[in-house]
Ligand binder design. Structure first.
Ligand SMILES: NC(=O)c1ccc[n+]([C@@H]2O[C@H](COP(=O)([O-])OP(=O)(O)OC[C@H]3O[C@@H](n4cnc5c(N)ncnc54)[C@H](O)[C@@H]3O)[C@@H](O)[C@H]2O)c1
Length: 255
């Protein structure tokens, strides 16, 4: 049984994790943090993390970028593994997470879905084999309430592909403004917004003769919550170091 402190426990992702833990014998939420409260929860919710009296094995955070520095201080003070799922972190926070990983175990991924992270590994492999003969394009689609474009996940895919390209990759987001023929080292990144789409990502490798397409479709937010809980189990025995979903995938593949 992994005992979890859940920061942002009253938010959309927090609620999904609380529900999954209620149905599981493997995880228990012993306390949470949030600036709002949820009277239905059976565990205490702290707005000031220093008041938390409960013991726990790991901290999972799905809150707000502004909250992360305080959660990191809390993790350092309690010497507990910190699974940071909150996105849009500042350069300063990213540097502090890196620094803290010499004292505590830190896990961060902008996309906690095992499926997306497998897709990224496959896209890296495809790049090694197919580039530069094939042109590379990424297409993503999300619901009509999403503020940012392209998605952070599309950028994770692009960055992973870029790492495998021997040339310096050039990201092209808006062909309308570029108005020229594509060059070999481009990664085109296109966004679609509409309805209630949870998250669609496709990496296309296109030659004159064939198209290889690697795609992922998130059906519910549960994929991120399940990935976070999988990370909680992985991290519960770790004392320090910086980890991400590649480390969990490596556990499956033995690489
Ligand atoms: N890594 C991933 O796979 C993944 C997936 C989904 C969402 N996210 C990220 O997780 C975060 C939360 O997403 P969400 O959809 O649940 O958002 P949300 O707005 O529904 O929930 C955020 C919760 O955090 C709380 N909060 C805000 N400031 C706080 C603070 N200072 N201290 C404690 N709690 C605070 C809010 O009250 C709210 O209950 C976002 O950054 C989002 O981008 C990451």
């Amino acid at each position: 049984m992994v005992k979890v402190f859940l920061n942002g426990c009253c938010g959309r992702m927090g609620k999904v994790i609380v529900n999954l833990c209620l149905q599981s014998d493997d995880y228990e939420i012993v306390a949470g943090g949030d600036i709002v409260s949820n009277p239905d929860y059976k565990f205490p919710v702290y707005s000031d993390l220093s008041e938390c009296k409960e013991d726990f094995d790991v901290i999972i955070d799905f809150s707000n970028a502004k909250a992360v520095p305080a959660v990191l201080d809390f993790a350092l003070a309690r010497k507990k593994p910190f699974i940071c799922c909150t996105t849009a972190l500042s350069e300063e926070t990213l540097a502090n997470l890196d620094k803290a990983s010499s004292e505590i175990a830190v896990f961060r991924s902008a996309n906690m879905s095992i499926g997306i992270n497998l897709m990224i590994e496959l896209a890296k492999k495809a790049t090694k084999i197919l580039y530069p003969e094939f042109d590379i394009e990424i297409v993503e689609a999300h619901h009509n309430r999403k503020l940012d474009a392209p998605s952070g996940t599309a950028m994770m895919i692009a960055d992973a592909i870029k790492q495998e390209m021997p040339d310096e990759a050039e990201y092209v987001y808006d062909r309308h403004s570029v108005n020229k023929a594509r060059s070999k080292n481009e990664i085109g990144i296109s966004s679609i917004r509409g309805g209630n789409i949870v998250g669609e990502h496709e990496a296309m490798f296109i030659s004159d003769e064939e198209i290889v397409s690697i795609s992922h479709s998130a059906q519910t937010r549960d994929v991120f919550a399940k990935g976070a809980l999988r990370a909680a189990k992985f991290m519960s025995a770790k004392t320090n170091g910086y980890y991400n979903m590649s480390d969990i995938i490596a556990e499956y593949t033995g690489e």
